[in-house]
Design a protein around this ligand. Sequence first.
Ligand code: ME8
Length: 647
Amino acid sequence: MPNTFYITTPLYYVNAPPHLGGTYTTIVADTIARYKRMMGFDVKLFSGTDEHGQKIEREAKKQNSTALELADRVYTQYLKLWKLIGIEYDEFVRTTEKRHDASVIELYTRAKANGYVYKGSYSGWYCVSDEAYAPESDPGTPVACPDCGRPTEWFSEESYFFKLSAFQDRLLDLYEKNPSFIRPEGRRNEIISFVKSGLKDLSISRVTLKWGIPLPDDPSHVFYVWFDALTAYLTGIGFKTDDKKFSKYWPVDTHLVGKDILRFHAVYWPAFLLAAGVETPKSVFGHGWWLSQDVKMSKSRGNVMDPFVLNEVFGSELLRYYLLREMVFGQDCNFALEAIIQRANSDLANDLGNLLSRTVAMLSKYRAGRVPAPGEAKGDSEVRELAARLIANHRANFDDYNFSRGLENVWELISRVNKYIVENEPWAIAEKPSEARKLDSVLFHAAESLRIIAALVAPAIPKTAQTLWEQLGLDGKVTSVPLGTLRWSQDLVGKTIRGGPSLFPRLDPKEVMKKMETAAGQDEGAAAAKDAANPTTAPQITIEDFSKIDLRVATVLEAERVKGADKLLRLVVDLGFEKRQILAGIAVAYKPESLVGRKVVIVANLQPRKLRGLESNGMIVAASIGPEDKPVLAGFHEEVENGARLK
Ligand code: ME8
């Protein structure tokens, strides 16, 4: 019986369209699943959507729809995207499915029967964006979310608690006995110190929230969304519904998550399972973030790239290749369109594409398309030895989830074979019958290397690998090659290559930018795509940083144009406690007389500066809109006193 391998992606929130981050995690999970299948494992790849909780409920209200309608829309987009980018998942769980209720209730009932659930009341700060509790603080002192830095909200209500505190030693023991339970190493250490610093019991139910699964023994409460969502990993594999399947695939081999949600997976989740007497996962891997100019890409920051647009412009194969090759798995990485173009032109079009097209062209021209048996040429054995070494290295790297290194191994072989061809000058020796065996060797070595390359790249870029396979004249699926026994062979001898169109076109940066704009305009995720074209990359600041800015309400007393400056107005404003002169570049949008008597917002503690010889003591706050950056002054709908501070 083959070994089983169960791997999961997180369940993505449905408050917004699919984002690049989740697309990345899922591409990695799919690549691992494909690799393991080719290594002979019986694989289950799980993905899903996280559809309950306050965040979704709120967003639905904002969009004037029900939470389920919103979930339906976004879930459909995920399925569409997974298909477009070649995700071969075996299981998909929506947390609003009936079968999932049953497994959440089962896990809870078992944990409660074992004495790990009690009723109490919760008071504290909560981050709706992360659906996470902030550390203790009194109601008068708002705290920023320790994970994302956003403001939290106070809530106080009756709640059921999970006795997380009872699991500190057992969790530490689990980490110690299974050093690869949390990966990578650095994150493991962070989690260990977090647990060592003490665990507080966790509120696992909400009474003021309605959008969730009701507790079986107190339906006025719904489950905390993380208790609900994490349990979907069990639902997907037959917990409560298919015991045979469940015992075959559980415990899960790898939960793949971003580092932002490692704590939920490496601390809360194993504790819930231990409490219910269910085996803990074998490992949790917390990968790094895609950044935009050194800041995390996230839906709420509006600096994410729309994966639909990227797929439309670059195609799924290039996207997969870029994401897997560029990011050292586990570390953060800046996302850059220029880097995708570079990878496309150099690695794919130039190195791999050229190797295939020149090999196919030479075989057709010199040997009527048939792969000859090898003779002897300069560098033959070196190519064969390198191939053997790189097959082994690639396997070790993929076993270790080191995808960028694994792909580097393949490209090392591609470069070497390209060089080997050039060194042997086949176009020159083709004219000499005495050199026929040498030419045979070059053609055979190039073709056989490509067969190996096709198998090695199949988990990462499956469509390309299959095309390569077919162009070489091989039948069936490249995925049927057992990677565990892949070695240099004579399989191709006598085969007739088929050839075909070139694998990857070269990309022109200007054309790419044009296509990005068109695709962003047409795509259903147009709003997100617009953000992608105009990303907000302001770095996060703390509340303390923000409190340094003294924003005040003021009334405009005087306004006039500044001679010789088309855009500038000189204003005198009343701050309540003093009057100020401020110069503002708003003359294109406002007539001076229309401003007198108007309430405005000013930055009151900006250093004074001189413009056109006049001192400006502050700055008027305005939005800038449209391609011309037209200013629109900030104002209020209610009456506000001069001098009132904005916080
Ligand atoms: O957290 N770079 O869902 P989510 C890399 N519903 N990966 C990123 C990323 C970035 N900039 N941004 C997001 C949730 N991700 C919960 C999960 S699981 C029981 C519940 C990826 O839609 C990364 O995998 O916010 C991260 O863990 C996930 O998206 C968060 O997706």
